[in-house]
Design a binder for this molecule. Structure first.
Ligand code: NAP
Length: 399
């Protein structure tokens, strides 16, 4: 038996914990690819029709088995609304739909309910949905923040940089997700540039990061910057996590071989970067390998056995028996982000690749980006031991 310290005992002999997770289509082809006759129907008509379709169960998820032996199973539910329909709709209407999905989760027997993609970004990020239901709700944003950092650092490794030599820029650092990301990344790299429009919150953040650094870790160089493009141009790793809703970075703003993790929704990185900068690794975050012989019963564009972090957070909480609204609302305390990362490790979840546009990025594509960047920037080969990009920017390699 495995105790969780809260009077709940769970282990191999216990019944699986049950969760439900809410998905929605991200692009029109998610509809037309699955329901082929819809290909001939005008887009406006599809959108209109789906506004009247209630949330429904799309699959049963089986075979989530923790490294502790605890088990979980659950359901994917779908709210058939595209991101812009979700963002534009009046909040009370959207809330009713989200609560309806939550009630379906309750009827199925779920003990915790996770919100996916834009369903956790609209409105008050899960607070009202949680208040209306008898089961707890989580947005998954704590593990999204933790795994964005983990995924981005893995990207830094894959691009051949040495972490301690990396200069990271966090655009939107003073925001709730940005602050959590800044704290985490400051523990891993040599230089961090905290970026936003207002300097004062960034200065306060800089002090908090320095004060909260665990003993024994080297203090990175911490700078404050209000010029987004300047910060990005000098960085090996860029996080974009602002609430601006605008494109803040264009193709010319990024260094060859840099890793860009665009967490913002709407995105802050121009689509043109993907078109014209084949030497930059643009990711949304990490792909998470789920422990056990998991069968999602539904293909959402990830390799078998892997999922997005917000789905993983819901599973982790179910496995741990932490049936509580773990992440809700705007505020994401760093302690929660660190806790979910520790629980992920305990249960055997790990970052196993990269995702972009809610799809996994093939490893060969990452290799190709690295190779092009290496040629343009003279990055070292992985085979040469990866001297961490000391050669870059014209620096002489060590004697
Ligand atoms: N990918 C996901 O799963 C996921 C999940 C949840 C949220 N999100 C997205 O993450 C983003 C951040 O959310 P949050 O809750 O952390 O927001 P937040 O707390 O409101 O913080 C926003 C940050 O952006 C900065 N900012 C706003 N406009 C800017 C601009 N034009 N240039 C530079 N900095 C700017 C703000 O500082 P100043 O005002 O000083 O500039 C602040 O640091 C949003 O886009 C949200 O939709 C994504």
């Amino acid at each position: 038996m495995v105790g969780d310290g809260r009077g709940r005992e769970h282990g191999v002999e216990e019944r699986p914990r049950r969760f439900a997770f809410l998905l929605h289509p991200l692009r029109l082809t998610d509809f037309t690819g699955r329901f082929r006759p819809l290909r001939h129907v005008p887009e406006g008509m599809i959108r209109f029709a789906f506004r009247h379709v209630p949330p429904f169960k799309v699959s049963t998820i089986r075979g989530v088995v923790s490294a502790t032996g605890a088990r979980a199973e659950g359901w994917f539910l779908v709210l058939p609304l595209l991101p812009d329909d979700l963002m534009r709709a009046p909040w009370p209407w959207t809330l009713r739909r989200l609560v309806r999905a939550g009630r379906l989760a309750e009827r199925l027997g779920a003990e915790i309910f996770g919100l996916g993609a834009f369903t956790k970004i609209v409105g008050d990020r899960g607070v009202s949905v949680n208040a209306a239901l008898s089961i707890p709700v989580t947005t998954g944003n704590s593990y999204t923040a933790a795994s964005a950092v983990e995924g981005a650092l893995y990207g830094v490794d894959r691009m051949g940089h040495e972490r301690r030599n990396v200069r990271a820029a966090v655009v939107g650092a003073s925001g709730s997700i940005g602050a959590a990301v800044s704290h985490l990344v400051a523990r891993e790299v040599g230089e961090v540039v905290l970026v936003a429009r207002r300097r004062e919150p960034l200065e306060r953040l800089r002090e908090r990061i320095a004060a909260d650094l665990p003993p024994g870790l080297p203090l990175p160089s911490l700078e404050v910057e209000t010029d987004v493009r300047r910060a990005a141009r000098g960085a090996d790793l860029v996080f974009t996590i602002t609430s601006s809703g605008d494109v803040l970075l264009d193709p010319d703003d990024l260094a060859p071989g840099s890793v860009v993790c665009d967490v913002a929704r709407p995105r802050n990185v121009s689509d043109k970067v993907l078109e014209v900068r084949d030497d930059v690794l643009v990711i949304d975050g990490g792909v998470i390998a789920v422990p056990g012989p998991v069968d999602f019963g539904f293909s959402f564009g990830f390799p078998p056995g892997t999922a997005e972090a917000c789905i993983a957070e819901t599973m982790i909480l179910a496995l741990e028996g932490r049936l509580e609204p773990f992440t809700l609302g705007q505020d994401i305390p760093v302690a929660r982000v660190l806790e979910i990362a520790a629980l992920a490790r305990k249960h055997g979840f790990r970052v196993a690749g990269f995702r972009r546009f809610e799809r996994a990025i093939p490893e060969v594509e990452v290799d190709a980006v690295r190779e092009r960047a290496r040629r343009r920037r003279r990055l070292p080969d992985v085979a040469d031991g990866g001297d961490g990009g000391r050669e870059r920017a014209g620096e002489a390699p060590p004697a």
